[in-house]
Design a protein around this ligand. Structure first.
Ligand SMILES: Nc1nc2c(ncn2[C@@H]2O[C@H](COP(=O)(O)OP(=O)(O)OP(=O)(O)O)[C@@H](O)[C@H]2O)c(=O)[nH]1
Ligand SMILES: [Mg+2]
Ligand SMILES: [Zn+2]
Length: 421
């Protein structure tokens, strides 16, 4: 009988609500019966019924009290049951459902057209195919949910549908604009991946002396910036950002006139939002959920990341060394990342955009600046791409992982002798 601490809580990676694992209902997957699940229907904002396998709720005050100390085992010879979130009835990732691992959300925000979808698409591919070797990590797909079939599917399948088929198909294309979560229910469903890291910090090593790797569940939620202020989705987004372990804020250089004037483009992009204050909106969204941040700086590390960075090549006032793609083969290269951060900060000030810096540094305990290009170039007007050559695509994520103790820096790694294999 698996025991649980009475005050421990887990975070649902779908609705971002916290709850005690013992209070999570079970869905009886092996049952042939199909019944409407009004909780899923409400979560997905659907008018039509959602027919799914029946749910065993945790009922009765005494039973609920007992369940503060244990959660039922899922192993059963006769029935297959999955643990689901009591608030949205989505199936929990397997390790979370067994109380072995908590999900950590690394949230990404950015206004419309700031490059979020192309960033996700290229980042997940790069984590698997490049950084797995370079940084010593592996990314494995976890179960998520298909709104098309109303069934659980692996995130990799959803990844292909959303991004991979476009970006890495026979005729590579940039990912097209995402419909708002108000109209596109699919976008309420995140991609969930497990990241196992082998070069974790000394503190983590002391906390887990026998561990060979530290796992973290990454939840990629393709949230449009404007959805965080819409009445329909604002609660969901407030929870997403306020419970995130780290946040990547994408800043679109095209949305600032002072920068845009320096950039030469073959054609003018269709949707440019002028000076949308991504970080100030983020701060308000977090405050709405967690009022303690009205008087306090936010703890989660913030990576202020200029997207579409390739557009800034060869412009005046920006040190060209910032376009070098950092290699993190000996641990996260903190020195190179910091040098780039300082150069970008200087550039932002030179463009009289000090408000970006004051809002970020005034409201977040830890922040750093990054320049990132997912595609390495602008796609043609029909979205086609000759090739994809990202620049520092994973630096902001790796920096957050380093801040959270999941990754060591190159400089820390050099201090201690490496173990022979
Ligand atoms: N030059 C350049 N352009 C990019 C890059 N990434 C994205 N873009 C351009 O920016 C546009 C918007 O990118 P998306 O990834 O769709 O941005 P988004 O934030 O997901 O946008 P919404 O889904 O509309 O909120 C793309 O169609 C590309 O034209 C990049 O790395 N370099
Ligand atoms: Mg998008
Ligand atoms: Zn939930």
């Amino acid at each position: 009988m698996p025991l649980t601490l009475p005050f421990s809580k887990v975070l649902c990676p779908f609705c971002f609500r916290e709850f005690h694992l013992g209070h999570a209902p079970l869905r009886v997957i092996s049952s042939n019966e199909r019944v409407n699940d009004p909780v899923v229907q409400k979560f997905l904002n659907l008018d039509s019924e959602v027919l799914m396998a029946p749910v065993e709720e945790v009922t009765g005050t005494f039973n609920k009290f007992l369940r503060c100390f244990w959660h039922p085992s899922l192993a059963n010879d006769t029935e297959v049951k999955y643990r689901i979130c009591p608030h949205c009835h989505m199936q929990l990732p397997v390790q979370l459902a067994h109380n072995r691992l908590k999900s950590s959300v690394i949230a990404v925000t950015g206004f419309r057209s700031s490059g979020k979808s192309n960033f996700f698409g290229v980042l997940i591919d790069a984590l698997k195919n490049r950084y797995s070797q370079e940084v010593g990590l592996n990314l494995s797909t976890q179960e998520t949910f298909s709104t098309r079939t109303l069934r659980t599917i692996y995130s990799d399948e959803l990844y292909k549908e959303r991004y991979g088929n476009n970006l890495f198909g026979d005729n590579p294309k940039a990912v097209m604009a995402t419909l708002s979560a108000q109209t596109n229910i699919d976008i309420r469903i995140p991609l969930i991946y497990r990241l196992n890291l082998t070069r974790f910090s000394l503190k983590q090593r002391l906390l887990h002396p026998f561990a060979t790797h530290r796992p973290i569940d990454l939840v990629f939620f393709d949230a449009a910036g404007e959805d965080s202020t819409s009445p329909v989705t604002q609660d969901l987004y407030s929870r997403y950002f306020s419970r995130a372990a780290g946040i990547i804020a994408l800043i679109d250089p095209l949305s600032y006139k002072n920068i845009r004037n320096d950039i030469k483009m073959e054609y003018s992009p269709s949707s440019v939002q002028d000076e949308y204050d991504t970080i100030a909106v983020l701060k308000q969204t977090i405050e709405r959920q967690n009022s303690k941040y009205v008087n306090k700086r936010i703890k989660a590390p913030l990576a202020v990341t200029i997207s579409k960075f390739d557009l800034l090549r060869n412009i005046d006032g920006l040190d060209q060394s910032v376009f070098e793609d950092h290699v993190h083969s000996n641990g996260f290269d903190e020195v190179a990342a910091k040098k780039t951060s300082d150069a970008i900060r200087k550039y932002i000030i030179s463009k009289e955009l000090n408000s970006i810096i004051s809002v970020a540094e005034g409201n977040f305990e830890t922040c750093q600046y990054f320049g990132m290009s997912a595609l390495g170039r602008s796609p043609k007007e029909d979205y086609s791409l000759t090739s994809i050559d990202p620049i520092n695509i994973a630096d902001s994520l790796l920096w957050i992982l380093y801040q959270l103790g999941y990754l060591q820096t190159e400089q820390e790694m050099k201090k201690k002798p490496r173990k022979k294999k």
